[in-house]
Design a binder for this molecule. Structure first.
Ligand SMILES: [Zn+2]
Length: 446
């Protein structure tokens, strides 16, 4: 599957158009269809290298991951294992898949074979970083859920729009992110941290909205805590957003810029290598064939906007697609997997602890791959770390995280998941080979 496209244009529109078309071609080749009449969101991380006219070199786009998905698990489904993916919104799955691509790229570099990465280099601190001329970008087929999408969604709902049109209801100077709103409660509280999903009658979750997560990546990087043990912070240069009608682009751009960076403000005292980044927000006209607006005329956001379709007009009552799919470039393990209810599709819950049953990008799989890559450091003692202990090794990341989410940070209202869910042993779920049955059976250990 070609994930690299040469670029000869320096025109920004042409550049991102090529990128989005490459992403959609990859999606197309996966042959995945949302459930009957369903729609979904597509997100992708891609690397880019601008053409250099003076040097006579053409640019390149390299798609490293993509994902679809619109669901997250309710809080009660959170369990201790690390094998469940709690948040299956497309942006979040695409980020995890991108991180897995970086881990596997490092594995290729470390393989001892004649492999030279065109995209990453070793950094001064014995980690890896992007090549100097390479940028990291995110594409989302619609506006990310949460703060960035409030006015877009409101524009399709007459009552709320009436409120929002009242300028005095919109706090434009004072943004209070210490208090977290649930889903779409209080539309007019622009700048607020919000949990998923948006519907008031659905069970609560501990997952923060995609707008909040993208903003967090702009301070901490997309690599997360365990990724920072191997990688310098990886920051987004551009966020490409699809499916925004022309007449709403100015409003949505303002909302994205506030949601992704302005509400963070400045943060003092971040560790070396960390800073608040301001990715550019651009729109694309390339439409996504499985988006809601491809089948309806309603603009959407990457959350469960069922209320948008609960209208008297039955033609608008469409089902939200349940399964999510993720893909990563060049993976020798599996190029893509389908996730449903946080687990790999087709795996009975009692078999989920088996190596091959877990999604490639769940916390446990990622931590195990990290340990393989950093083996000499982690096998010194007999102690095998828990997931939380692994995260605690990332000292600079944790300092930066506290500056953002701590009591004095701009995102102090961030809803943290139960600490107990981070304490699973990373190697604790290895099945005992002697006792593991050949085929799925009632006696399988879990
Ligand atoms: Zn989302």
């Amino acid at each position: 599957m070609p994930s690299i496209t040469p670029l000869t244009t320096v025109d920004e529109n042409g550049f991102f158009k090529t990128a989005v078309k490459t992403i959609q071609n990859i999606y197309q080749e996966l042959g995945y269809k949302p459930q009957a009449e369903g729609w979904t969101i597509l997100a992708s991380f891609f690397l880019s290298r601008q053409p250099n006219i003076d040097a006579g070199t053409s640019g390149e786009v390299k798609v490293i991951s993509l994902a679809t998905g619109t669901k997250c698990l309710k809080a009660s489904r959170n369990i201790q294992g690390g094998e469940l993916i709690h948040d299956s919104h497309a942006e979040v799955l695409a980020r995890r898949s991108a991180l897995r691509w970086f881990f596997e790229e490092i594995q290729r570099v470390q393989s001892g074979k004649e492999f030279k990465s065109a995209w990453i280099d070793e950094s001064e601190d014995q980690k890896f970083k992007l090549h100097e001329d390479v940028e990291l970008n995110l594409y989302v087929s619609t506006v990310p859920c949460g703060d960035a999408s409030m006015r877009l969604i409101a524009s399709t709902q007459e009552e709320q729009m009436a409120t929002l049109k009242n300028a005095s209801a919109i706090p434009t100077t004072e943004i209070d992110t210490n208090e977290t709103s649930r889903g779409r409660d209080n539309y007019a509280r622009l700048g607020a941290l919000r949990t998923k999903p948006g519907r008031a009658d659905s069970p609560p979750t501990f997952c923060m909205s995609c707008s909040d997560k993208i903003a967090r990546w702009n301070v901490l990087g997309i690599q997360g805590a365990i990724g920072s043990l191997l990688l310098d912070p990886l920051y987004l240069s551009t966020v490409v957003v699809g499916e925004v009608p022309e007449d709403l682009r100015e409003t949505v751009k303002e909302d994205c810029e506030r949601a992704f960076r302005k509400r963070i403000g400045d943060i003092e005292g971040l560790p070396k290598g960390y800073s608040v980044h301001h990715p550019k927000v651009v729109f694309t006209d390339v439409s996504f064939k499985h988006s809601r607006s491809a089948s309806e005329s309603t603009p959407n956001a990457c959350n469960e906007g069922k209320h948008l379709v609960q209208r008297t007009d039955n033609t608008l009552l469409r089902k939200l697609s349940n399964p999510a799919i993720f893909w990563l470039s060049e993976s020798e393990v599996a190029s893509h997997q389908v996730v449903i209810n946080g687990l790999k599709r087709g795996v009975a819950p009692k078999h989920r602890f088996r190596d091959k049953s877990r999604p490639l990008i769940c916390r446990l799989s990622m931590a195990q791959l990290l340990i393989q890559l950093k083996k000499p450091e982690f096998t010194k003692g007999v102690h095998q770390p828990t997931y939380q202990e692994l995260k605690d090794l990332a000292k600079d990341y944790q300092t930066a995280r506290m500056s953002l989410l701590g009591p004095n940070g701009p995102f102090a209202g961030w809803v943290l998941s139960n600490a107990e869910w981070q304490t699973f042993a990373i190697l604790g779920y290895q099945p005992n080979k002697d006792e593991e049955p050949e085929a799925p059976a009632e006696t399988a250990q879990n």
